[in-house]
Unconditional design. Structure first.
Ligand SMILES: [Zn+2]
Length: 368
């Protein structure tokens, strides 16, 4: 890949990070347009790599302008009503994908991720079927409703963690990943989980300062993204820019699972596992709503309530579907979390035999 496009992509990541973390107001549309200009002059779409094709949709001006507008609103705590914008974004992504010869946006995403939509749907459905009863037991155990879901999960087992740095050191050392610290910086001053790479030597992670077991899970998840970004760009930056979203989330979810398996006393690990099981059930239900939404958006509110009623809990304060997490930014993303959990469980079962260093070097290889 050409160095100038990598520089533009890094600049976009940097501006995005500064908007989120330093309350700056960079206009992302300008860089998005530059990226689009560059890509659209590369030749016909059949010459493009899968990640270039995906970018050709994401940075097409009608798509990126809307996405950046919604992203601004997301960053401001959704003060504006963004419902029409979220629906329009789905429409323009479809339109641009069709222009490139795909059936629709789902078809483009599946092609770029090397996934088959019917297989993905059945994996998510199977996950829900197999784990629903267990999730319902956990919902009772922690007395969850939609209104208190995150609050109650964040209150599970307050922890008294004095030294986060040495906990992270210990984890990285165990798996032979210590070198990643030469490029990773972690900021704890915002209430969000977010990771990005803003230059060849700067991988940025934001996570809440861990006050609860839930926060610990988020920290290791974000650290997982950082570890992947380090090993994916050891040789050159191109493989970092070619990471698919499903692999990116799989790797982060895998690190969350490895942390709970190897780092904590049993009572903490068990609670971490409960949270993992609840959260990936939530993202599974969310994904199956998302898939249906593409065929049926006359009454998304009703569809949303129907899907979420599977968990049999009080739908008090159910967030409007279009403000639920970052689905507003990409209505074909949330499945990556549950898919990541399904894959992580398989990989751990097949390849991990309590030898952390050996498993660590296996993981370094699959990042490259
Ligand atoms: Zn993630």
């Amino acid at each position: 890949m050409n160095k100038s496009i990598n520089n533009l992509l890094y600049k976009l990541n940097k501006f995005q990070w500064e908007n989120y973390m330093e309350d700056k107001h960079h206009d992302l549309n300008l860089i998005c347009n530059e990226i689009y200009d560059y890509l659209s002059h590369l030749g016909c779409s059949s010459d493009l790599s899968k990640s270039e094709l995906r970018r050709l949709v994401e940075y097409e001006p009608s798509v990126s302008t809307l996405r950046n507008k919604i992203d601004d609103s997301y960053n401001n705590g959704f003060k504006d009503d963004i419902k029409e914008d979220v629906l329009s974004l789905m429409e323009v992504r479809n339109k641009v994908s069709k222009k490139l010869g795909f059936k629709d946006y789902i078809d483009l995403v599946m092609c770029c991720e090397d996934l088959d939509f019917e297989i993905l749907k059945s994996l998510i459905d199977d996950y829900i079927e197999k784990n629903l009863n267990h999730a319902k037991e956990l919902i009772n155990k922690y007395d969850l409703t939609w209104g208190n879901w995150f609050l109650n999960l964040k209150n599970i087992g307050p922890i008294d963690l004095k030294d986060i740095d040495s906990l992270i050191d210990k984890f990285l050392e165990k798996f032979g990943f210590k070198e990643v610290l030469s490029k990773i910086k972690i900021a704890y001053d915002k209430d969000m989980g977010y990771s990005t790479k803003i230059s060849p030597d700067d991988i940025m992670i934001c996570a809440r300062k861990p006050n609860s077991i839930f926060d610990l899970g988020t920290l290791f998840h974000e650290l997982g993204h950082g570890i992947l970004y380090y090993y994916a760009s050891e040789e050159d930056d191109d493989s970092f820019f070619n990471i698919t979203t499903s692999f990116d989330e799989f790797f982060a979810v895998l690190m969350e699972n490895l942390a709970l398996l190897t780092m904590f006393p049993r009572d903490v690990s068990e609670k971490m596992k409960d949270i993992v099981d609840l959260e990936y059930m939530r993202t599974a239900i969310s994904a199956s709503f998302e898939f249906d939404l593409w065929n049926f958006n006359e009454d998304p509110e009703k569809l949303y309530a129907e899907h979420y009623s599977k968990l049999g809990i009080k739908q008090d304060n159910l967030r409007p579907w279009y403000k639920d997490s970052f689905r507003s930014l990409d209505s074909m993303y949330i499945h990556n979390y549950t898919l990541g959990q399904i894959t992580a469980e398989k990989i751990i079962y097949k390849n991990y035999n309590n030898d952390c260093l050996e498993f660590g070097s296996y993981l370094k290889n699959i990042c490259r």
